[in-house]
Ligand binder design. Structure first.
Ligand code: BTN
Length: 256
């Protein structure tokens, strides 16, 4: 298995901001944690942090993210305005799906809002974390981390029926080319984030829309039908009472 390297990523990179500054390490606890430290020290938008493996990979809702050698673990520092908040994860999800499909003959679906699925199993997770300016309390940075299962692997028993990898789906991919493809697609999509142009694609790729979903919001748990994704990237669900609720990422987990 080839290792990840800055030189090999740069050979396929055609961005002007994403990955212009790059840190590539054989092992990190979490690329998101390192990127947050760099962001606090003033690292510019687009700074990318990549690791060959993570020893303490983090997922949403304080879960851990299985991060053995052979996956893609990539975090990028963004310095968006507050209004772009909810669109950032949806935009990245569409970009990563496009990048994977450029390199593999697979159909990548999005499970709102931060998971990518292939053949009904999770292939990729996205963790978006915001940092506030301690003086003004305003949004200072966002670190968005992407983990893609790439190598053929035997997942631990608790993930065996839930997760997949590109290798397990029959697609051998050069991780450096995939990292560059993600950065290329993502910079292109992110440069037009205010237009929300990617939202139609996000709806088309959704494996949630039209399905019955279990919504967990605080202490409340209910079943509803996923009806639409609105122009802010929020999920609209229709309760059996006919009422429509707007779900904002981070507030809910959706179970199919
Ligand atoms: C999830 O599935 O809940 C989100 C997983 C996000 C994993 C990526 S891997 C790169 C970055 N570093 C981390 O610690 N987490 C994200």
């Amino acid at each position: 298995m080839q290792t990840v390297s800055e030189a090999a990523i740069r050979r396929c990179l055609n961005t002007s901001v994403f990955g212009k500054a790059m840190v590539v390490e054989p092992v990190l606890a979490s690329t998101n944690t390192t990127a947050r430290e760099l962001a606090k020290q003033g690292a510019p938008e687009g700074t990318a942090v990549v690791a060959d493996m993570q020893t303490a990979g983090r997922g949403t809702r304080s879960r851990s993210f299985f991060s053995p050698r052979g996956g893609v673990y990539l975090s990028v520092i963004l310095r968006p305005c507050e209004a772009q908040g909810s669109l950032i994860t949806s935009c990245a999800a569409v970009a990563v799906a496009r990048a994977i499909e450029r390199l593999c003959p697979l159909r990548v679906e999005i499970k709102w809002v931060n998971d990518l699925y292939v053949s009904g199993r999770k292939l990729c997770g996205i963790l978006t974390e915001a940092g506030l300016d301690p003086v003004t309390g305003r949004l200072d940075y966002v670190v968005l981390g992407i983990g893609v299962n790439v190598a053929s692997i035997q997942f631990p028993p608790e993930l065996e029926t839930l997760a997949t990898s590109l290798g397990n789906e029959g697609c051998a991919v050069d991780r450096n080319a995939l990292i560059a493809a993600i950065l290329n697609e993502w910079e292109r999509a992110y440069s037009t984030i205010d237009s929300g142009d990617f939202l139609d694609e996000s709806r088309r790729r959704s494996c949630v829309l039209g399905k019955r979903v279990t919504v967990r919001r605080g202490d409340e748990i209910y079943v509803a039908t996923a009806a639409d994704i609105n122009e802010r990237g929020h999920l609209l669900v229709r309760r059996d009472s006919g009422e429509t609720e707007v779900l904002v990422s981070g507030e809910v987990s959706v179970r199919l």
